[in-house]
Design a protein around this ligand. Structure first.
Ligand SMILES: *[C@@H]1O[C@H](CO)[C@@H](O)[C@H](O)[C@H]1NC(C)=O
Ligand SMILES: *[C@@H]1O[C@H](CO)[C@@H](O)[C@H](O)[C@H]1NC(C)=O
Ligand SMILES: *[C@@H]1O[C@H](CO)[C@@H](O)[C@H](O)[C@H]1NC(C)=O
Length: 221
């Protein structure tokens, strides 16, 4: 009897361990991301809040993000399109009178999964067992001035991003960033909303950045 319970316990443990392997995000989805960044620059603490609507399209290796900001009564639409397979990024600003577009070389791959180097930290549930989440943490070092401990929380099983915390250095500046993801919908209902490059981008000047920033940083870890 005792042996049987131990065996069942072991099987349960094995099943849970299996469920908490580094998962992969859904292939195509839309969601909104809110974030708050806290940095210390020249002894001054500052915080910045941002919010985006985005479409993640792993199938076609692309990512699109849109946000609106009002400044002195003028509404500006900010749009970023990352076409990984074409190796190009568009940074677009649309204002009532003037619009601008910057084209940049993109030499990166679109992440699809929680990195293999991530460790599983544990699980929790939210609400009255409404949502089960898994926590993973990994250390990412791009250079001596760009590194971070990243904690990612995803829904258990389907791997929908829930939140992430970035603690480290960005361009040599101590940075803490907390991001939350809401309003997930499976699939991309209107791809043209995110991925149609405006005609005025045709004459955009093309930049090749010296250091390739991870564009995915802007949207997902
Ligand atoms: C793209 O990035 C890879 C890895 O960082 C590098 O080896 C390669 O030379 C880069 N290619 C271009 C065209 O910059
Ligand atoms: C990253 O987190 C781990 C565990 O919390 C900690 O031991 C380590 O010092 C952290 N590294 C940095 C660079 O913050
Ligand atoms: C999330 O969805 C609700 C209901 O549709 C909407 O009112 C809210 O503005 C959305 N939030 C964000 C951040 O997009």
């Amino acid at each position: 009897m005792a042996t049987k319970s131990v065996l069942i316990l072991l099987l349960v443990a094995a099943a849970t361990t299996f469920a908490q392997k580094q998962c992969c995000y859904p292939s195509q989805f839309e969601a909104s991301r809110g974030s708050i960044v806290a940095q210390v620059q020249g002894g001054q603490a500052m915080t910045q809040k941002t919010g985006y609507q985005f479409a993640y399209d792993y199938t076609n290796r692309r990512l699109g993000a849109i946000t609106y900001k009002e400044d002195l009564g003028v509404m500006t639409k900010f749009q970023d399109i990352f076409e990984y397979s074409q190796g190009v990024e568009y940074e677009i600003q649309v204002k009532p009178q003037v619009s601008s577009c910057l084209k940049r070389t993109l030499n990166a791959t679109l992440p699809h999964c929680i990195p293999a180097s991530a460790t599983y930290l544990g699980s929790s549930y939210l609400g009255d067992h409404k949502l089960n989440v898994d926590y993973f943490q990994y250390f990412e070092s791009k250079s001596s001035t760009d590194y971070a401990n990243i904690t990612i929380t995803v829904s258990q099983g389907d791997c929908v991003p829930f939140s992430d915390v970035y603690e480290g250095m960005k361009d040599g500046v101590p940075t803490l960033e907390v991001r939350g993801y809401v309003n997930y919908t499976s699939g991309i209902s209107d791809p043209s909303k995110y991925f149609t490059v405006p005609s005025f981008c045709q004459s955009a000047k093309h930049e090749t950045p010296k250091t390739q920033k991870s564009p995915f940083d802007k949207i997902l870890p």
